[in-house]
Design a protein around this ligand. Structure first.
Ligand SMILES: [Zn+2]
Length: 190
């Protein structure tokens, strides 16, 4: 058995500016397929890593097998070995690898899981935009921690920039049927 201290790499957060740009184009009725794929792909990778770390799982860097690393309440020296090859990691190394990276996501766990489940099947702009919007709505509803899991930017700034679109696209909102018009006004306010 060998223990490598090779650093684990996780998907980066998604810049708030990308989300803002996507909603700006949407408000102008411009369906930017390239941008929706870029935003969706990054959100997907980030959600996968949030759920993996939150469940105490790791993807073996040698053979990609996922396995559980017990670390909560464990000694830092406790070793967890990949069930498929010789790679292993200690509880201490595992914890250090994701510390201060906002990868422990509890508040919006269900939203992350639903996005992961739906995204691979969502083909084309409208289906992907719908899933992205649901996720953005959910992390905002989950408060600062959920937004910090996913988005690059101060939580306060996230809230200020995302609230109007959430309201604009909420089907329960009765302030008028023209959501695009309302979204456009909100973008101008940003
Ligand atoms: Zn392995």
């Amino acid at each position: 058995m060998s223990t490598y201290s090779a650093r684990l790499h996780f998907a980066p957060k998604v810049p708030v500016a990308w989300i803002v740009q996507l909603y700006r184009r949407e408000a102008l009725q411009l369906q930017d397929d390239e941008l929706v794929d870029k935003v969706g792909g990054r959100l997907y990778a980030r959600c996968l890593d949030i759920l993996m770390v939150s469940d105490g799982r790791v993807a073996c860097p040698e053979c990609q097998t996922e396995f559980h690393v017990p670390w909560i309440g464990e000694s830092a020296a406790r070793v967890a070995q990949c069930p498929h090859c010789t790679w292993s990691i200690t509880a201490g190394t595992f914890h250090a690898s994701f510390e201060h990276q906002d990868l422990l996501g509890i508040n919006a766990r269900r939203a992350f899981a639903e996005f992961i489940e739906g995204y691979p099947e969502a083909r084309g702009y409208p289906a992907r935009m719908l899933l992205i919007d649901r996720l953005v709505h959910a992390v905002h509803a989950g408060g600062g921690p959920a937004a910090r899991n996913l988005l690059e930017g101060r939580p306060g700034r996230c809230s200020r920039s995302l609230t109007p679109w959430q309201v604009a696209r909420d089907p329960r909102d009765t302030r008028g049927g023209n959501t695009r018009k309302w979204a456009r006004a909100s973008v101008t306010d940003y």
